[in-house]
Ligand binder design. Structure first.
Ligand SMILES: NC(=O)c1ccc[n+]([C@@H]2O[C@H](COP(=O)([O-])OP(=O)(O)OC[C@H]3O[C@@H](n4cnc5c(N)ncnc54)[C@H](OP(=O)(O)O)[C@@H]3O)[C@@H](O)[C@H]2O)c1
Length: 329
């Protein structure tokens, strides 16, 4: 039976929305039609589920920025019927219908083959958050940050991006420090993922001095705002800071001093529009280095009927790790 979860306006007079599970299909555009098996719950999905206009650019909308499934129709030379594929971002669940449906149309230029290392469910568990963690870690490596250079700071550590980043860094031989607002509750979880040190995010979340004691050879930041500015101010000469998120805020009220006095590099990470070459490199990094037992341990599963409530928990800071959406469950 076909099913889609739809976010739509409750009425025309205000911005309130409702989510409805329907047996109709709402197909977007794209040269592949896939039977979706799994999607996932990311920060952006939680925003779309509550109708946030920054993500839900059009209504009605099928959310779900990730989709994993099997090709049933292909107008692309890269894929045949029966191929198992993964897509992250590319506007799904933002300005085109996404993965919270049993079938969806997707663009092949942003689609990769499901790596042999992962089941469909595991690829969804990785999802945009894990893919973004891999893009961030790949960016540090591309900028020449080596395991022996010094510690790597990961902010928003208990979240999806942070959790996968800590694990990948550990597996690649780096020493990671995890910054979290939940040291007591999740300190052991972060150490089990591979964090050598767990620090309270309060150390980074207030406005600080423009240049601070050098601590980090690299940073994976998912938080933005004062946290990112302080991370830049604590990065040592020639280090690289990647910025992918805005969990604290989108502002960046810093100075140029880390750049002009320490040669620090700030690299932006955009998973949505990443070209195919970067997508394939990030999925190859994940396939080579991610331990699927560790992935399973950080992952919980919800159905389409439960995903709106899970999204509210995520926005309220009550979740950690990754959440798979079983669209057929
Ligand atoms: N650029 C891209 O392509 C891209 C891709 C994926 C995600 N993102 C962005 O990256 C961010 C993280 O995504 P995610 O999927 O990992 O989300 P998530 O699972 O909700 O994790 C976010 C984490 O940020 C921390 N946090 C929350 N509120 C905070 C605050 N006010 N100040 C400081 N830290 C705070 C929390 O970690 P602790 O409790 O451990 O402190 C939380 O677990 C989001 O902003 C998301 O939109 C961007």
């Amino acid at each position: 039976m076909n099913r889609s979860l739809i976010v739509n306006k409750s009425d025309d007079t205000d911005d309130s929305v409702n989510t409805t599970l329907t047996d109709e299909l709402h197909l977007g555009e794209g040269d592949l039609l896939i039977d979706v098996t799994y999607s996932s719950l990311n920060y952006k999905d939680a925003m779309a589920l509550r109708g946030d206009k920054g993500v839900a650019r059009t209504l009605p909308l099928v959310p779900g920025i990730d989709a994993v499934g099997t090709v049933v129709e292909s107008d692309s030379e890269r894929f045949n019927t029966g191929d198992e594929v993964v897509i992250n971002g590319a506007g799904l669940g933002e300005f085109r219908h996404g993965g919270y449906a049993t079938q969806q149309r997707i663009p092949s230029e942003s689609t990769v083959a499901l790596p042999a290392a992962f089941s469909a469910r595991q690829a969804a568990a990785i999802g945009t958050a894990g893919f973004t963690a891999a893009l961030s870690v790949d960016a540090l490596r591309e900028q020449g940050v080596e395991p022996g250079d010094g510690d790597i700071l990961v902010t928003g550590a208990t979240g999806g991006v942070g959790s996968v980043a800590i694990h990948l860094l550990k597996r690649l031989g780096y020493t990671a420090a995890a910054s979290t607002g939940r040291v007591e509750e999740h300190g052991d979880y972060l150490r089990e993922l591979g964090a050598a040190e767990v620090i309270d995010r309060a150390e980074l979340s207030e406005q600080g001095k423009p240049l601070q004691k050098s601590r980090w050879a690299g940073v994976v930041d998912a938080v933005g705002s004062h946290t990112l500015v302080n991370a830049l101010a604590q990065t040592r000469w020639g280090g690289t800071v990647t910025a992918c998120g805005l969990a604290q805020g989108p502002d960046l009220q810093g100075t140029v001093l880390p750049f002009i006095l320490r040669g620090v590099k700030l690299v932006g990470i955009n998973s949505v529009d990443a070209p195919l070459e970067l997508r394939e490199r990030a999925w190859a990094t994940l396939a080579e280095h991610l331990d699927t037992d560790v992935l399973e341990a950080m992952t919980s599963t919800v159905t389409l009927a439960d995903v709106a409530a899970a999204g509210a928990d995520l926005m309220a800071g009550r979740s950690h790790g990754r959440t798979v959406v079983d669209v057929r469950g």
